[in-house]
Write a protein of this length. Sequence first.
Length: 218
Amino acid sequence: MMKKLEDVMNKKVVICPACGSDSIETIETEKTIKEPYGEPLRISINEYTCKVCGIQGDFLDNNDQIISTAIESAKKNSIYNIIEDLSQKKISMSAIERALDLPQRTLSKWKNGLSSPSASGVTLMYAVRTYPWLLDVAQHKFDPIVSRDVHIKAAVSDLLKMIPVIQEDIFTESGMIATSNSLFMYIKIDKKDQNTQIESSKRENYSLKDVSFTEVTE
């Protein structure tokens, strides 16, 4: 009985800021907070409606703090996942710190929650996770020529992964056509039909401009 009385006494009474009425309807709403490479975080916020004057809003001014806290938590989760992913790819944390001019053990502190990256630090980690080749660029002090070469190699590598080939396919011809603002690549492949085992010759065209391809059977 004493515990129940304490709960009632400690419970905040919601008062309408316009008319002062305590006749308030509470509407609980769920929101999902998600940052890149992190798991979704669900939170609940309350909106209030005065039954007397009809005004609506966050009468207790709690929602902004709840959302802000959830965003910070989601960012920490994202940073943890990004650093864990880089570790699993056998990328040295000390090498990353040297490339990005970060103090020693910065990534370890971020991962373990001992400190938090700034907004620019979070964005930097998102960029590194999205484009890992940026580490190569950073290691070469952002040299324009090296940066260009690293970028092109990464783009071509990703493009080649999109080509639908099987082990028996044979590349018989390739080439490219370049203009002042575009690049067109083509690859001719002798493909073996996996169902009928009948060989057919197909030409597959790839464009770095829109990263799409077409197939034309000859």
